[in-house]
Design a protein. Structure first.
Length: 400
């Protein structure tokens, strides 16, 4: 099992020395803070992104990072499937608008990115090559695809060509590799750089690890040394502001990508913005403030989906919001079945508003699971230069 790089001396130094302000440029997009919200299926819709941005303004004074929409499949986008078009919803004041695309072939990639550019659907496109889910990898997609170096390069190159002259930067996210015997991140980073990507992001786990174990930050440092002309972003095991500062200090990466660490903690981006700017720490919310945030999240979800679906969606978030808080079993059970916004308000009013944010509420959250062999198409590992796309590889539900 790999282990993360967090030298004790570096952590001690981070606590003693003030942090200098850090920024990030992705192509023409200049960010005040080198922080990116990772696209997460069923989570990073317009409601969640709006909430994160509102909380960053309220607590840190400005929107400073990049908030990425849920992933959509290139084919579903080109075919204008209604569910996918609805997913590509941005708030009127959302800027820059960032969209992640999943694709397995160059022609469809080109068509999707041209559509995004021609119709002004987004200001930034990120390509997903990191999904470890078996239904994806067994078809040759997601984290399995970078093993096919030529195919990977063709897809990235198609996206960059489609965006050429539009001001839309293309970035690429991937994992360390399929497993410990098949690392692909150094090749993938160099190929993406040569094909014209504006930045690369590494989730420092293999596909075999899925979301288990510890992210290997040493591989982020190795990628940073290997890819010199574009920013390298690190992802994995950032659960608080100190983790983000430590990752950048120990790996030399140019920015951080936040996934599961913000589940039930949409104010985390305000904390990260302050820490990376060397500003005073943002105070963690009380249970009463968390309840207010849940209400606002429910309001935003209802506006996006309608009240019925919005309340069904808020249920999974409530478990993350209340993680570590003494909320009471009866209230938790009732909130897990909430059906209306009025009912949500009534139940949240039963929480003790004065309870401070507990230390137990930090740390890992969301899916973790366990490591497992990666499902791959038959013969997938026999030829890394093969460019044949497996039949059905593009058929992945956009929210998967």
């Amino acid at each position: 099992m790999t282990t993360a790089v967090r030298p004790a001396a570096a952590m001690s130094r981070l606590r003693e020395e003030p942090t200098t302000e850090k920024t990030l440029r992705i192509g023409p997009i200049a960010l005040r803070s080198p922080v990116v919200l990772a696209p997460m299926a069923g989570v990073t819709n317009v409601a969640f992104r709006t909430l994160c941005r509102e909380l960053e303004v309220a607590r840190a004074g400005t929107v400073s990072g990049l908030y990425v929409c849920e992933m959509v499949t290139a084919r579903a986008l080109v075919e204008r499937q209604p569910a996918t078009i609805h997913m590509v919803t941005f708030a009127p004041d959302e800027e820059p608008r960032s969209l992640q695309v999943y694709s397995v072939d160059a022609p469809t990639t080109y068509d999707a990115v041209r559509m995004i550019a021609a119709e002004g659907l987004a200001d930034h496109v990120d390509m997903n090559f990191g999904c470890p889910v078996p239904k994806v990898t067994r078809r040759g997609g997601g984290a399995a695809l970078p093993f096919k170096r030529r195919l990977f390069g063709q897809i990235v190159g198609a996206a960059v060509r489609a965006a050429a002259g539009t001001g839309i930067p293309v970035t690429v996210k991937f994992r360390i590799g399929i497993d410990d015997a098949h690392h692909t991140h150094l090749d993938a980073g160099k190929i993406a750089e040569e094909e014209g990507a504006a930045a690369v992001a590494l989730h420092a786990r293999t596909a075999a690890q899925r979301y288990s174990g510890t992210a290997d930050w040493a591989q982020i440092a190795a990628l940073k040394q290997h890819v010199r002309s574009i920013p390298v972003l690190g992802n994995g095991d950032i659960f608080d502001a100190e983790d983000a500062v430590a990752m950048m200090a120990t790996t030399g990466c140019d920015g951080v990508v936040i996934g599961r660490g913000c589940l039930g903690r949409p104010w985390l981006f305000a904390e990260l913005s302050a820490a990376l700017a060397g500003a005073p720490a943002v105070t963690a919310p009380t249970l009463g403030e968390v309840a207010h945030i849940i209400r606002r999240h429910g309001e935003l979800l209802s506006a996006h989906f309608g009240e019925d679906k919005g309340m069904r969606d808020i249920r999974k978030h409530i478990g993350w919001y209340l993680h570590g808080f003494p909320a009471g079993a009866d209230v938790r059970r009732a909130l897990a079945l909430v059906k209306t916004r009025d009912e949500l308000d009534t139940l949240l009013a039963r929480l003790d508003a004065d309870v401070p944010f507990p230390p137990a509420a930090t740390g890992p959250r969301g899916r973790q699971g366990s490591a497992a062999a990666v499902a791959l198409p038959e013969g997938w590992l026999s030829d890394p230069d093969e460019c044949v796309v497996p039949v059905g590889a593009e058929v992945m539900h956009s929210g998967g």
